[in-house]
Ligand binder design. Sequence first.
Ligand code: FO1
Length: 337
Amino acid sequence: MQKITVLSGGMGGARFLQGLLHGIAGGVLPGIAPDAVVTVVANTADDLWIHGLKVCPDLDTVMYTLGDGIDPERGWGRREETWSVKEELATYGVEPTWFGLGDRDIATHLVRTQMLDAGYPLSQVTEALCKRWLDPAHGRRLRLLPMTDERVETHVAIADAESPSGRRVVHFQEYWVRLRAEVPAETVVVVGLDQATPAPGVIDAIVDADLVVLPPSNPVVSIGTILGVPGVRDALGVTRAPVVGLSPIVGGSHVRGMANQLLGSLGLEVSAAGVGLHYGARSAGGVLDGWLVDEVDADQVDRVLAGGLACRAVPLMMTDPDATAAMAAAAVELVRG
Ligand code: FO1
């Protein structure tokens, strides 16, 4: 049985996975049989503790999206959500109010927090939650793993005239949700990452894969964090699977999210070629064999090829599962053989 491993952030990764699974089931991926299994290694550096609950946004976005529980407009949290607890907390004057937990979503965080308090690692908590959300529809064909069981958090240093050092460090969620990523990120620090160990199954999922995919997630705070877990880059270096990525930047801008602000303020080039070359070719110590860019960035293909990567320009807008399945098929085709 063929094994596909996807390193995923939240919304972009989840939407790509919907199309990938749709394409596998439909047999439209060249050389991939409909019984192929998919392992998702999800970013956990967005995680935060709030109101005494452990919230795992990227794990939950993938889980809810592939379990058909996601709110399609927001792209996070539950469909048919209510906000009574959030409103009550605000009435009590409890902070922070800028990060909202829906009533249904809170049940997920209560189950997770109780299991963590009982000593279960995040990977086993995730497995338990997926028994409800993923197993009924996907069974053994889909597995969701946190990148690590240890606590890892992305913090962002921003300018702050009031503080003596002239800067302040905020949790990534405050940077993204409260500040709307509208202030430059001077540095991004992923607290705990260097000491983290890959969660059980993560390294094997990469080394034993037949294909590894980097979907259009944020290259710094979603994929970059997964690549930063000690052992993951080495696993990508030794796996016999081809490793292919899809650009999150189209026409010089992110499609959704905050890559422009983050990449730009960290001095990374905000372009399809720039991100692909940032990941780098495995032949040159990087992590990729191939990189897909959108048709509007076709003029950047030669630059990516010159960097030692296979590269094609194809439509990269994930407008619906069929379009996304076609992207996945193009990714497979790019690195086959
Ligand atoms: N994003 C917002 O813009 N506002 C929120 O209040 C908010 C709450 C929230 C709660 C649970 C969760 O899983 C995600 C939530 N998000 C919210 C989205 C979150 O910031 C993103 O999913 C990622 O962390 C960014 O990639």
